[in-house]
Write a protein that binds this ligand. Structure first.
Ligand code: GDP
Ligand code: MG
Length: 196
């Protein structure tokens, strides 16, 4: 079957809520601490290494980047989100736009919370999950870099995240080993299906 993310392309980078494009499709927000493996995941979904920049030292931009998957779905990336835990000013920068986005953007269907399987549920992840709860937005925990730990550890962390978030569905991926990417594609596409 053809990869439905194959034609995913960068659409807009916006700095404030006012500049956001019209709500003409479902949106899924990709979140996670810096270095969690978010950009790698986006590239793996699209099978395009050049789509999102992957790096150990990401830019500190407070833009929201819009990626168009197809006519029914967009993925949104927050490149500078979670850059440094100690950088309080950064957190504040995100506050107003994210808050407004959650409050006003009806097309926001779900938030993916990417977490390095070795460091799950850090403060910024808990904050994001809290925001989802406040605005009644579904969230999907995705544990990344599963190639870094044993199967036993994968099982344990999955259980821990299920227990602590109350969410049954926790996905595990490795872009290095190409594991779990198909499942993530299926789940993301399902958000854009009308009767979901
Ligand atoms: N071993 C391993 N490393 C990964 C995986 N995914 C990403 N990485 C590495 O983790 C680092 C951060 O990845 P990146 O996608 O830029 O993270 P982002 O900051 O969340 O966008 C990079 O050095 C990637 O090569 C994975 O599945 N396995
Ligand atoms: Mg990134």
């Amino acid at each position: 079957m053809k990869n439905p993310f194959k034609n995913t392309a960068f659409e807009f980078g916006v700095l404030n809520y006012k500049s956001m494009p019209n709500e003409d499709c479902v949106e899924v927000l990709l979140s996670g601490r810096s270095n969690a493996g978010k950009s790698s995941a986006l590239n793996a979904l699209a099978e395009n290494r050049k789509l999102a920049r992957t790096s150990k030292t990401p830019g500190r931009t407070t833009e929201i980047n819009f990626f168009r998957v197809n006519k029914d779905l967009r993925l949104l990336d927050l490149p500078g989100y979670g850059f440094a835990k100690s950088d309080k000013s950064k957190k504040k920068d995100w506050g107003p736009m994210l808050g407004e986005y959650f409050q006003k953007r009806y097309c926001l269907k779900a938030v993916v919370v990417f977490m390095d399987i070795r460091h799950p549920l850090k403060e910024i992840d808990i904050d994001m999950i809290g925001l989802c709860r406040d605005f009644d937005v579904e969230f999907l925990p995705v544990l990344t870099k599963s190639d870094k730990v044993s199967n036993n550890q994968i099982f344990k962390v999955k259980q821990e995240v299920q227990k602590k978030t109350g969410v049954k569905e926790v996905l595990t991926i490795s872009t290095l080993k190409d594991q779990g990417i198909k499942e993530l594609r299926t789940r993301l596409i399902s958000y854009s299906l009308k009767d979901e």
